[in-house]
Ligand binder design. Structure first.
Ligand SMILES: Nc1ncnc2c1ncn2[C@@H]1O[C@H](COP(=O)(O)OP(=O)(O)OP(=O)(O)O)[C@@H](O)[C@H]1O
Length: 314
């Protein structure tokens, strides 16, 4: 079990203070766990802290009973990390690359070649095992990244933006791979801004917004938080769309057969002129967008309260 206790991280950059994480509290159990958040919300900072590549400004992280920053080597011996951008040696083959990494990490089990063979089999790269990495596609390289994260049989695996830049088929393949590798009592943390990555791989999720946890719990409960409140309005005219599109309850819109189809959050039947109003089953994306919009509204209210206090004080 991984316990993240009151973790904060402050960066000082060119005279500016950036609070990347602010009192993050999470318990992560074996299985797949999604960390969802928009760009700049602090996901990579948290992943790098969990991988002991970065020290928190405050707080502790406990893995299986020990503090990972007091015993980074103990953690690293059990950790597999797939960073957002993995570096490869383009002239090496996957087999040579994995042997090289094992060597660099001082990992010399007697059956290393067999382990590498099994890993390449598992990530479906066995038939490309002896091709130079520079000739592999983006998806194949990503899968090689997963193989390197699994080298040494770690029981905590962190993958940062696993499907970034992949085509739909490779994305599906990688998602299935993530589910498979978590099935062996391991903890796999998937950090992403893509809700489908979480929806198709994780039972538990935390949403990080501006360095704070805005939700932690099951993906099912997050989706359920907007159950019965998501509507599709068919045939919305352009003028109406222009009037409503920036309202916080509008989740999205797209051109329809007639006018536009607007997806929105509403407690009852929406009172917006259109051809048809259909109550739809929410997706995780709907719940995530709703959560972000609530957060943005709260931030706006807090800012206007501060401004009002400032004017009153004057
Ligand atoms: N080394 C650093 N120095 C200064 N600021 C930093 C540093 N690393 C991250 N930040 C800032 O901390 C905040 C969180 O960044 P982080 O990379 O963790 O977010 P993220 O959720 O991973 O974003 P993305 O999805 O774009 O990778 C951002 O405001 C970022 O600019």
């Amino acid at each position: 079990m991984l316990e993240i206790r009151e973790v904060s991280k402050v960066f000082q950059s060119r005279g500016r203070t950036v609070q990347a994480l602010d009192g993050v509290d999470l318990v992560i159990r074996p299985g797949t766990f999604g960390l969802l958040g928009p760009n700049g919300s602090g996901k990579t900072t948290l992943m790098r802290i969990l991988a002991t590549l970065l020290q928190p400004t405050q707080g502790t992280v406990i893995f299986d009973g020990f503090d990972i920053h007091q015993h980074p080597q103990r953690l690293r011996a059990r950790l597999g990390y797939l960073p957002q951008e993995s570096g490869f040696y383009p002239t090496l083959t996957p087999v040579q690359f994995l042997r090289y990494l094992a060597d660099a990490a001082g990992y010399h089990p007697p059956d290393l070649d067999a382990e590498i063979g099994r890993l390449l089999e598992q990530v479906n790269l066995a038939e490309h095992a002896h091709r130079p990495i520079r000739t592999l596609s983006g998806g194949m390289r990503r899968r090689l990244g997963v193989a390197q994260a699994l080298l040494g049989q770690p029981d905590l695996i962190i993958v940062d933006e696993p499907t970034a830049g992949l085509d739909p088929e490779e994305r599906q393949r990688l998602r299935r791979l993530i589910v498979d590798i978590a099935g062996q009592g391991r903890t796999v943390i998937v950090s992403t801004h893509i809700t489908e990555d979480v929806e198709s791989t994780c039972r538990e999720v935390a949403v990080l917004l501006e360095g704070r946890i805005a939700y932690a719990g099951s993906t099912e409960a997050l989706r359920g938080s907007v159950e019965g409140r998501v509507w599709e309005l068919v045939g919305v005219e352009e003028d109406t769309l222009r009037r409503i599109k920036d309202q916080p309850q509008v989740l999205g819109y797209r051109p329809g057969r007639v006018g536009f189809t607007v997806r929105m959050l509403n407690d009852g039947v929406p009172d917006i002129p259109c051809v048809e109003r259909i109550q739809v089953t929410p997706t995780l994306e709907d719940a995530y967008v709703a959560l972000r919009q609530q957060h943005a509204c709260r931030q706006r209210d807090a800012t206007s309260d501060v401004k009002a206090e400032y004017h009153l004080a004057r």
